[in-house]
Design a binder for this molecule. Structure first.
Ligand SMILES: *Cc1c(COP(=O)(O)O)cnc(C)c1O
Ligand code: SF4
Length: 442
C-alpha cells in the first residue's frame, strides 16, 4: 500500500467520507482547527468500519468529534470559521482555546529535561533513574494522530520541542556519564516515522562498547496499528528489521513498546505478519494503552485485546489513565471506573496476560497505580502505589486517599485519615521549587 495521508485540507477526498452528513463534516473542520487531525489510507480502508460510523471506535480515535471541545469553545471556533476567511484570525482563536486545554500536562517538561555540563539537553527527558526518554527531531510526527494524544500541542505547533544540535552525540555523552541509566526509550511522535537510515544514526552509537550500562533500547511506536507496512513493504522495511537484529547482536535488549487501543487494530494478517517479522529479529514486543471512554472503556474489549496480543507473541505492559490535557473531558472516566475495568478484565484472562499493570497515571510524582478500594478503620479509602517515582525510594510504597468515585486525576485526590499530605508531598514540592530557582522557565 502506498501511504496517503489526510488532514483538514483534503479529508473530503476520502472515498467513504461521502456517507457522512454535512454537519459531521463541518464539526470535523471546527474541532480539527483546534486539535490535530491526520489519518491515512490504511486506517480508513482497513480499520474503520464505516457502517458503524460515528460510533466506530477507530473513527473516534482518529477523527475529531464535536464533543471533544466543550460547547463554549466549539461555538467560539465555529463562529471564527464562519465569520472570517482571514486564516490568521482563525489561528488566533484556535490558539486561545488551546491554551485553555492544559497544553503542558504533568507540567514542567523542564523538570524532566536533564543538564549536561551546564547545558540543557533539549530532546531528552530523565524523570526516572533507570530510563531516559529521547525525542529525535525527525520523529516528532505520526502515521496518524490519536484524538486523545497528550502530545497534541507539538502537532499543532504551540509546543515546539527544542533539540540540541548534534543530538546523537549529546545523548551518548550523557549516557556515558550517567551509568545509572539502563534504558533509552525512543519516543515522539512516533520514532518509526523516521527512515531507517536516520534511526540508525541514533541507535548505532548506543551499541558501542563504551556504554555497557545501556542494556535496553526501547522504541515507543504506534506503527503496528497505524502503518504495519513499515515492517513489510516500505522501501526500507528490511533495513529496519536488520537494524533490530544488530541491536540483538550487540547483546542489547530491543523492547518494542507497541501502542494498541482496540482489538480491531490487531485483527488482520498485515499486523500479524509484521509482529512476526519483528519478533524474528529477537525483539520483545510489549503493549500499552490508556483506557478511553468511547473507545475501549469496557473490560471485555480489553480482555479480547490482551488475549489477542498474547496469542500473537506480545507481552501486555501498561493500562494508563487518560491524561489531563486536550480533550480529556471527552475521554476520561473516574479512576475508580478505570480500576473496575482493569479488575473485570484481569479476572477473565489467564496469568500469562496478567503482566499488564494499571490503571496507572503518569503524573508529576511518578506513575501512580490504583491498587483498589478498601476500608480501614471504618473509612473507605483508595489504595495507590507508585510504579515509578521521581524519587526511586517512593516506588512500591502504598498510600491511601479518601474514597472519591468522581476523581479523574491524581490532583483530585485527598489524603485519607484526615492527613494533610501524602508521604511524598513535601519532597515533591521542594524538587519543584529547586528547579524553579535554578532555571528560567520559559
Ligand atoms: C512511563 C515513563 C517512563 C518509562 O517507565 P517504565 O515503567 O520503565 O516503562 C520513563 N520516563 C517517563 C517520563 C515516563 O512517563
Ligand atoms: S501515535 Fe502516539 S504520539 Fe502519535 S498521536 Fe497517537 S498517542 Fe500521540
Amino acid at each position: 500500500m502506498k501511504y496517503k495521508s489526510y488532514n483538514l485540507s483534503n479529508f473530503r477526498s476520502i472515498p467513504q467520507i461521502s456517507s457522512l452528513d454535512k454537519e459531521m463534516l463541518d464539526d470535523i473542520v471546527t474541532v480539527g482547527s483546534v486539535l490535530p487531525f491526520k489519518v491515512n489510507n490504511y486506517v480508513t480502508e482497513n480499520l474503520i468500519d464505516w457502517s458503524k460510523v460515528p460510533d466506530d471506535p477507530i473513527f473516534k480515535l482518529t477523527f475529531p468529534q464535536k464533543e471533544m471541545l466543550i460547547p463554549e469553545h466549539f461555538e467560539m471556533m465555529n463562529q471564527a470559521i464562519q465569520g472570517t476567511i482571514d486564516k490568521t484570525k482563525i489561528k488566533l482563536v484556535a490558539d486561545k482555546i488551546r491554551m485553555k486545554l492544559n497544553p503542558h500536562p504533568a507540567g514542567q517538561i523542564q523538570l524532566n529535561v536533564p543538564t549536561y555540563r551546564e547545558e540543557k539537553l533539549w530532546g531528552l527527558q530523565h524523570k526516572y533513574r533507570e530510563t531516559v526518554l529521547f525525542f529525535p527531531s525527525q520523529g516528532q510526527t505520526c502515521h496518524a494522530y490519536c484524538t486523545f494524544c497528550f502530545r497534541w500541542p507539538q502537532f499543532v505547533g504551540i509546543d515546539q520541542l527544542k533539540f540540541a544540535s548534534n543530538e546523537a552525540r549529546k545523548l551518548h555523552d550523557y549516557l556515558k556519564e550517567h551509568t545509572e541509566v539502563t534504558d533509552v526509550l525512543f519516543t515522539g511522535g512516533d520514532p518509526l516515522i523516521m527512515k531507517t537510515k536516520i534511526l540508525e544514526t541514533y541507535i548505532k552509537p548506543l551499541l558501542s562498547d563504551d556504554l555497557p550500562n545501556v542494556r535496553n533500547i526501547r522504541i515507543g511506536t504506534k506503527a503496528l496499528a497505524y502503518w504495519p507496512f513499515r515492517f513489510t513493504s516500505d522501501d526500507d522495511a528490511d533495513d529496519l528489521l536488520r537494524l533490530f537484529e544488530k541491536i540483538k547482536k550487540a547483546e542489547k535488549h530491543l523492547a518494542f513498546m507497541a501502542h494498541f487501543n482496540h482489538p480491531v487494530e490487531l485483527n488482520n494478517e498485515l499486523v500479524e505478519n509484521s509482529i512476526q517479522k519483528i519478533l524474528n529479529t529477537g525483539a520483545v514486543i510489549r503493549t500499552q494503552s490508556p483506557v478511553l471512554r468511547h473507545i475501549n472503556d469496557n473490560p471485555n474489549v480489553w480482555a479480547e485485546m490482551l488475549k489477542k496480543q498474547v496469542a500473537l507473541g506480545c507481552i501486555p505492559y501498561y493500562m494508563f489513565i487518560a491524561r489531563n490535557t486536550g480533550a480529556q473531558h471527552y475521554f476520561s472516566i473516574p479512576i475508580i471506573e478505570a480500576w473496575n475495568i482493569f479488575r473485570k478484565c484481569y479476572q477473565q484472562i489467564s496469568g500469562i496476560c496478567r503482566t499488564i499493570r494499571g490503571p496507572s497515571m503518569s503524573c508529576l510524582p511518578g506513575k501512580v497505580q490504583l491498587l483498589g478500594v478498601s476500608e480501614i478503620k471504618n473509612e473507605k479509602v483508595m489504595v495507590f502505589r507508585m510504579i515509578q517515582g521521581r524519587n526511586p525510594d517512593w516506588v512500591a510504597r502504598p498510600f491511601f486517599a479518601e474514597y472519591d468515585p468522581n476523581a479523574i486525576w491524581y490532583t483530585d485526590l485527598k489524603p485519607a485519615f484526615g492527613e494533610e499530605k501524602f508521604y511524598f508531598t513535601n519532597e515533591l514540592n521542594s524538587m519543584i521549587n529547586n528547579e524553579e530557582e535554578e532555571n528560567d522557565f520559559e
